[in-house]
Design a protein around this ligand. Structure first.
Ligand code: ATP
Ligand code: MG
Length: 463
């Protein structure tokens, strides 16, 4: 892993950009390499090893579908960040455009001014440096090294790579971020990753679970109190917001915040100041606010349970953490990781999963997401009598072909469709056009089905 001052490799793929590009890249702190075709790109990436690496992608030279697929395969590596360049008169095909959208952090159209070029290269360099630091911090020990964690979040599937890129983007901007996702998907880990990647790392990260604190204690927990503010307040106590000063505050389960606490929080978000209970002066506090909940806040607003003005303050940017069932082979990666961490101790050494168990892991719907998976594998480690964990040890029935735990044929059909869509998207790098082709439906139909099954289209940007 390079030190902060080591140059980061930048591979220019395709036609060699003019000398000004190379000079600007060197100035930004990159070491310049070029690769005329996919084979050369592959070789350059091999030489780069396992460190972070930038790719400057000239879209002119990718014309056939095979090359496109090979390129997408290379660019998907979590250690890469790419920048694309195209000429303004170039007719970009839909697939090329989608590739640039999916894998490039920025897309420049020539002619590019020196200022824009410098900004883009500086920004790419900064992202790669942060990524290198995050990888270094989260590098799991020993056999898990290949798993490639991102701030503690493991995953290599498209939806997770997309998430990592979004986390990286929002970390750099000091705006409130709302993290949505089903229970147990890793919302708190995502919040910690934002803090660790942001300029506020090294300062406090304070998480408060708004749902688990008694409503009448919430105000004093959040804002603190002065001595004598109420019976029993024998000395001053600072609240969680003040405790996070300079750093990041995660308001977890924000959907459970009672109405009066919502009003107090809104005042703090608008003014950046808090009043300790019983205090006479307000105090300025600089904290970045992240929030998370598995409650549907839009619905909560409609039913009057959540203030719309507070929602808009908290939700400048929304990040959706994908459900586990949409993460393809990450399910097995996570299960293996839990097993390696908890299950390898002799004398009852467990070496892996039976085929039926792997089948069951992939077929299960995971309503409790990663938390459920961790619990099931840990339970299986205790229950397993052989050297391989079986479906029954996981408390999952190995599904016979087509057998799914559901109560009506309609549900069986629905679950099978949802699963087929997730798998097709995963196989096709989340390119909806291709997945639709494979499934034999139109793109519009696939979008409709995805919406019905709660599968987020990957190219959706809310930031
Ligand atoms: N991608 C991941 N890689 C490794 N561990 C993960 C991942 N996602 C979640 N976990 C683990 O799963 C558990 C649940 O994660 P977390 O508490 O962040 O979820 P959450 O979305 O905040 O859940 P809840 O809605 O219940 O608050 C934690 O033990 C966390 O470490
Ligand atoms: Mg949580």
């Amino acid at each position: 892993m390079p030190a902060a001052t080591d140059p980061i490799d930048l591979i220019a793929f395709g036609a060699e950009p003019d000398a000004a590009w190379r000079r600007a890249a060197l100035d930004a702190g990159f070491a310049w390499h070029s690769a005329a075709d996919i084979a050369a790109l592959h070789a350059a990436l091999q030489r780069n090893g396992n460190g972070v690496c930038g790719v400057l992608l000239d879209l002119r030279d990718v014309d056939d579908a095979g090359a496109l697929q090979a390129l997408a395969g290379e660019l998907a590596a979590p250690r890469l960040r790419s920048l694309s360049v195209q000429r303004s008169d170039m007719a970009t095909s839909g697939a090329l455009f989608e590739l640039a959208l999916r894998y490039c952090v920025d897309s420049l159209v020539e002619p590019v001014s020196t200022t824009v070029l410098k900004l883009a290269l500086d920004s790419l360099h900064r992202r790669l440096r942060l990524l290198g630091e995050a990888r270094q911090r989260s590098a799991p020990a020993g056999a898990l090294g290949a798993a490639g964690g991102f701030g503690g979040l493991l995953g290599q599937s498209r939806p997770m790579l997309r998430l990592f890129s979004e986390l990286e983007k929002v970390a750099a901007a000091d705006v409130p971020v709302f993290i949505a996702g089903e229970t147990g998907v890793g919302k708190e880990l995502a919040a910690r990753a934002i803090h660790e990647l942001s300029p506020r790392r090294g300062q406090p990260f304070v998480a408060i679970n708004c749902g688990s604190i008694q409503p009448h204690l919430l105000q004093s927990e959040l804002f603190g109190y002065e001595k004598g503010a109420f019976t029993g307040a024998s000395q001053r106590r600072i609240g969680r917001i003040e405790a996070a000063a300079g750093g990041t505050l995660l308001l977890d389960e924000i959907g459970d915040l009672p109405a009066d606490a919502q009003a107090g929080l809104l005042r703090f978000l608008q003014e950046g100041r808090i009043d300790r209970l019983g205090g006479t002066t307000s105090i300025a506090v600089d904290v970045r606010v992240l929030s998370a909940t598995h409650v549907d806040l839009e619905q909560a607003q409609r039913s009057g349970q959540f203030r719309t003005d507070l929602y808009h303050r908290l939700c400048v940017v929304e990040i959706d953490v994908p459900p586990l069932r949409a993460r393809g082979d990450d399910i097995v990666l996570l299960a293996d990781t839990v097993l390696l961490r908890h299950g390898g101790a002799p004398p009852r050494r467990i070496v892996g999963f039976t085929d039926a168990a792997l089948h069951a892991l992939r077929a299960h719907d995971w309503p409790g997401n990663v938390r459920e998976l961790i619990n099931r594998v840990r339970r299986a480690i205790v229950m397993c009598e052989g050297t391989r964990i079986d479906a029954a040890d996981l408390g999952l029935n190995a599904p016979a072909d087509g057998e799914v735990a559901a109560t009506s044929l309609e549900q069986v059909r629905d679950q099978a469709i949802g699963r087929a869509i997730n798998l097709a998207l995963e196989r096709n790098q989340h390119m909806v056009v291709r997945a639709a082709d494979e499934l034999g439906v139109s793109r519009a139909t696939l979008y409709r089905l995805m919406e019905r099954h709660g599968i987020p289209p990957e190219s959706r940007h809310r930031a």
